[in-house]
Design a binder for this molecule. Sequence first.
Ligand code: PHE
Length: 344
Amino acid sequence: MDDASSLIEKLQTLQEEGLQEIRETSSEDGLEEVRITFLGRKDGRVSGILRKLGGLAPEERPQVGAAANTVKERLQGALEDRRRALAEEGEKEDGELDLSLPARRPWAGGRHPVTQVIDELVAIFRTLGFTRARGPEAETEWYNFEALNPPLDHPAADEQDTLYLEGGQLLRSHTSPVQVRVMEQYDPPIRILAPGMVYRRDSYDATHTPGFAQLEGLAVDEGITFVDLKATLAEFARLYWGPGTRIRFRPSFFPFTEPSAEVDVKRVIRHEDGTESETDWLEIMGAGMVDPAVLDAAGIDSERYTGFAFGMGPGRIGMLKYGIPDLRLYLDNDIRFLKQFATP
Ligand code: PHE
C-alpha cells in the first residue's frame, strides 16, 4: 500500500523521466507521444498516481494532489518550450525565416551636418530674394586678393595665408572672390549667396581647421544702404533662430568693405518649464558695405550702385545649433558622429 511520501517520490521520479524524454525527443509527433504517456487523462502516468489518492487518509490527499499538479505544469511547460525550439530550428534549416538575425537595412547616406546648415541658410535667404552662386576653390591671386582691394603686401593678405598651387593659382582663403566673379558676369540688381570650402594656413584644433566652409552674401543695387544690411541680417537671424533673436554690429576692418563690421547674435532659449533666457553675444560673421574700389574693379559703376556683403561660417553656426564642441568632428569622417545627422 502506498503512503503519501512514497507517492510524492514516485511523482518526482516520473518528472525526471518525463523531462529527459522531452529533451531527447526531436519531432512534433514524438513530443505528442510523450505528452500522452505522461499527461494523458485516462492512461497517463500522472493520472495513474492520482488514482491512488483514494487509498490515502483524507488529510494526506491535498499534499499529493498539489505535488501532482506541479509535475503536470513542469512537464507541460517543458513540452511547449521544446516544441517552440524545434519549430525555430526547422525554419532555420528551411532557410525561410530567421527572426534572430538583425534585419538588413538599406544603406542610406545623408547630407553632412555643415551641408544641412548651408541648405537651411540658403533656404531662408531665398525668401529674401537671394539666389545661389558659386566659384572655384582654386583661385587666382587677382580674385582672392587684388580685386578685393588689398595690395599683396597688405596685412590682410598675410592673415589669409593659404596654399599656392602650380601655375600661380592658390586655394581660395575666403568666398569673397565669388563677389567679384558674379559682379563681372551680371548687372545689378544682384542678390547672391555663395557657399563653399575655403583654405587657410591654420592650426588644427577645436576651433580652427585649415579647411572650412563659408557662406558669402552679396547685394548690389541702386540706393542700397547700411540700413538694408542691418535689416536683412536681423530678419535672417529671426527667421533662423526664432523671434526675439537680436544682432549687434561691432566696427571692424575688411579691405573690401567700408564701413566694415563684425556681427554678433544673441539668442533666446526657451526652456522646457516655459521660462526663457538669453545666450551670450556670439560672433557669427563679417559684413559691410562693398568698397567702391571693388565695384569698379568688377566693372560696376560705383557712382550709381552701392552694395553690402557678408561672410559667415556655417560650421560655427552648426556648432551653436547642435552643441558641437569641436570643429574637427566635421572632418574626422567618424560615422558615429555623422549618422546622428542622418536624414532619411
Ligand atoms: N571674407 C571675409 C573673411 O573671410 C568675411 C567677409 C565677407 C567680410 C564679406 C565682409 C564681407 O573673413
